[in-house]
Ligand binder design. Structure first.
Ligand code: S3P
Length: 175
């Protein structure tokens, strides 16, 4: 079994855009965890935070990501799955990810990540000081489960995608 290619990293690190490009270039299916959560809840992420708090969102996230990882494991080719930046705060999800061979961390600059996260859809990206703190707190969690780490600084989506395909053996590294 090939295994899914799972993208992790902080908000604004490009997981969704890179995930879509990876899927189209590798021929694998693509699932974005936040989108799957929104479909399941019938609400946006911001609405879930407003009505159920962060704890309610994390419960839904844990359930949804577990289902996506199970769906990927059931496919010969696996899936490209991009996770929300906070999925690694769940111990249950971290232990699932520890058993996955293709977990790729997209590393980015915190200031750039903050600017990219200002579209109003991310409740945890409203306060810049808190955003920086979260970035620092999350790094050890990402590193504890990542099998590959890609520095995205100064690189295009196509370049990052090519590096991931090369590193994971899922496709040619040319772009
Ligand atoms: C979050 C990241 C978001 C989304 C939610 C919480 C986080 O996903 O799941 O707003 O705690 O880091 P992206 O990383 O795709 O922005």
């Amino acid at each position: 079994m090939a295994g899914s290619l799972i993208l992790i990293g902080f908000m604004g690190s490009g997981k969704t855009a890179v995930g879509q490009e990876l899927a189209s270039r590798s021929g694998m299916g693509f699932r974005d965890a936040d989108q799957a959560i929104e479909e399941k809840a019938g609400m946006t992420v911001a609405e879930i935070f407003d009505s159920q708090g962060e704890a309610g969102f994390r419960r839904l996230e844990e359930e949804t990501v577990t289902d996506l990882l199970d769906a990927g494991a059931g496919k010969v080719e696996g899936l490209v799955i991009s996770l929300g930046g906070g999925a690694v705060t769940s111990e249950r999800l971290r232990s699932r990810l520890a058993a996955e061979p293709l977990v790729v961390l997209l590393d980015t600059d915190v200031e750039l990540a903050f600017h990219r996260s200002q579209d109003g859809s991310r409740p945890l990206a409203r306060d810049q000081r808190r955003f920086r703190e979260l970035y620092r707190e999350r790094q050890p969690l990402y590193e504890s489960v990542a099998k590959f780490r890609i520095d995205t600084r100064g690189k295009s989506i196509r370049q990052v995608t090519a590096e991931i395909l090369g590193a994971t053996g899922k496709g040619p590294a040319e772009f």
